[in-house]
Design a protein around this ligand. Structure first.
Ligand code: F6R
Length: 609
């Protein structure tokens, strides 16, 4: 996720900006840049890659000045490159902007500004903001920014600097975090507290729809409509590591809690305001090409493979096209039958997994069209695929994938609906119903997260065991596989996920007195059958923790402990039922004293075969 730093004071701003950006590196980024007001006017330096690249450019020709803005970019609109890096300027080079978030109506604004003669050099949505502010400027930067934001739709945190008023730094927040650091004769902006913690512990936290005007001598807070606000300063008493985790004990817990936002961002402008259809502009297949698809292969590794198992059910149910899901390391060596009528979907959070990339290349070699679902714009997978659906989960730092997995599920729901509406395989009313239910998922995840304490109690019990089982049928089985993987990787407890109906064909022999079994029973049409399978294990002494959808409270009679997830369409339950399993693994790992964010033997990005 992008990082913003801004400074106005009496010190050399370049150094403060770079040091601040270093403190935001943990958020993930692919390029960086700074703009400083110098004796020669506003000057910008930016560079693709690590901050060291930018530092070496600044080492050759430093920018001397006491007011500036800096940014680390995590690509959204446009690949990582020098030109797409922030800060962005207008054509006069007198206005400079750094931005976190997404401007949803940037194409409309861009066309309007281009018609007025503005020339754009980057592929970003941010560049539009600098041009818009420049076009609205009439001698007052604060008013120009206010007018500009009234035209912008989306989510943003902004830092704005103009050569016309070189002692002012303007900051705005709408749905993207931004804080103001207050010092002695110097003031700061930061997208996160670590960026400024070295210089001051006194901050104002901007709320949505608020802005700040910073000079050397003070900070004025106001709404974006221009009404002044008075606010108490907040004194930060955490250390830098705690600040990076935004108060959570671990990145994994932070990322689990970021899921409602990741769902909203991934759906974002892809849901038509009518609520009746999905808009996937990034999928370049024509309706004829979609109609020509005879089979779909979903290929991925680990957690992304588990998302692909859900994706199989979603596409088969919605689009009525046969789907196979395969692990990437097997796929390419089993001579899969790939034809030009095969759509191959590769799923990869990092977009750099060697096995997935090799499968992608094999699919392309055989003439298939490849669609990627990835979380990293400009990654190898994103660059090599024909179409890309980006999941807007933001960078995932913890090795155990949580918000990336659930965002992949959202991407599959969107894709399934898109295929269905193009193929006419579902009626409009059903598509509208699924869309309406999708929109409710973020709030339902919040309700699950509010009950974390109940899951923690169960986790502390299972942490004392060395073996356990996850069981479920249909989509519950796909989620059971993911729950089991999560538990293994961070708690080091051995677990197996089984299709509940398959237990009696062998695995039942392992069920003995007291063994924990996590049973998912959220699928309406399979509920009774799952309860029968649960009875097979309780009869042999298993201690069963059941997960059901609200309404099916009778499960309590068949198991030892229950947890209810909010009701939704059966097809959408994986996006809810996995959340208690993520929490279960987290708390079990914690109870065992493990390094939750960095489990043994594992790496975040697996770039070897
Ligand atoms: C588990 C996990 C891994 C990854 C797998 C694929 O929590 O994160 O199983 O899902 O290594 O990684 P990506 O999605 O980056 O291709």
């Amino acid at each position: 996720m992008c990082g913003i730093v801004g400074y106005v004071g009496n010190r050399n701003s370049q150094n403060i900006l770079i040091e601040g950006l270093k403190k935001l590196e943990y958020r993930g980024y692919d390029s960086a840049g700074v703009a400083v007001y110098t004796s020669e006017g506003l000057q910008v330096k930016k560079s693709k890659g690590r901050l060291a690249n930018l530092e070496s450019k600044l080492g050759e020709t430093p920018l001397n000045g006491t007011i500036g803005i800096g940014h680390t970019r995590w690509a959204t609109h446009g690949k990582p490159s020098d030109v797409n890096s922030h800060p962005h300027t207008d054509n006069s080079l007198k206005f400079s902007v750094v931005h976190n978030g997404i401007i949803e109506n940037y194409m409309v604004l861009k066309e309007e500004l281009a018609a007025q003669g503005h020339v754009f050099v980057s592929e970003t949505d941010t560049e539009v903001i600098s041009h818009l502010i420049a076009s609205l400027y009439e001698g007052d930067i604060v008013k120009a920014v206010q007018k500009a934001v009234s035209r912008m739709k989306g989510a943003y945190a902004l830092g704005v600097l103009t050569e016309h008023e070189p002692d002012k730094l303007v900051a705005v927040r709408l749905s993207s975090p931004l804080i103001i650091g207050v010092g002695e004769g110097e003031n700061f902006i930061g997208s996160d507290i670590p960026a400024i913690l070295e210089y001051t512990r006194n901050v104002y936290i901007l709320n949505d729809g608020e802005m700040a005007v910073l000079t050397r001598d003070g900070v004025e807070l106001m709404t974006i409509e221009g009404n002044f606000i008075s606010r108490e300063l907040f004194h930060v008493d955490w250390d830098i590591v705690t600040a990076e985790k935004a108060g959570y004990d671990h990145f994994m817990l932070k990322e689990i809690h970021e899921q409602p936002k990741a769902y909203r961002d991934t759906m974002g402008s892809r849901l038509d305001p009518s609520g009746k259809k999905v808009v996937l502009n990034e999928v370049g297949m024509t309706p004829q090409q979609i109609k020509a698809i005879r089979h779909v292969h979903i290929v991925a590794c680990g957690t992304a493979y588990h998302a692909g198992l859900v994706g199989k059910s979603v596409i088969e149910k919605l689009a009525r096209i046969p789907v196979e899901t395969d692990v990437a390391s097997e796929y390419r060596y089993r001579a899969p039958i790939i034809t030009p009528e095969t759509l191959v979907i590769v799923v990869s959070q990092s977009g750099e997994t060697a096995d997935t990339l090799a499968a992608l290349r094999e699919a392309k070699r055989c003439g298939a069209r490849v669609l990627a679902i990835t979380n990293v714009v400009g990654s190898s997978v994103a660059r090599e695929a024909d179409d890309v659906i980006t999941t807007w989960a933001g960078p995932e730092i913890a090795v155990a994938s949580t918000k990336a997995y659930t965002s992949q599920l959202i991407a599959f729901y969107l894709l399934g609906l898109y295929l269905a509406q193009t193929l006419g395989s579902q009626d409009d009313a059903y598509i509208a119903e699924v869309i309406a239910e999708l929109k409710e998922l973020p709030e339902k995840v919040e309700r699950i997260l509010a009950q974390s304490e109940a899951i923690k109690n169960v986790a502390e019990q299972i942490a004392t065991h060395d073996n356990l089982f996850f069981i479920g049928r249909g989509l519950d089985y796909a989620v059971a596989l993911e729950g089991s993987l999560k538990l293994k990787e961070i708690s080091y407890i051995h677990s197996e996920a089984y299709a509940a109906g398959e237990l009696k064909h062998g695995t039942l022999a392992l069920i003995e007195e007291g063994i924990p079994v996590i049973a998912l029973a959220t699928q309406e049409d399979l509920f009774e059958k799952t309860v029968s399978n649960i009875k097979e294990v309780t009869a042999r002494g298993a201690h069963v923790f059941g997960i059901h959808s609200e309404g099916h409270y009778e499960l309590a009679k068949a198991v030892d402990e229950v947890f209810a997830i909010p009701a939704t369409l059966p097809l959408l339950t994986p996006a809810l039922s996995v959340v208690p399993l993520q929490l279960l693994s987290y708390y079990a790992s914690l109870a065992r004293g493990n390094d939750v964010d960095k489990p043994r033997n594992l790496a975040k990005s697996v770039t070897v075969e």
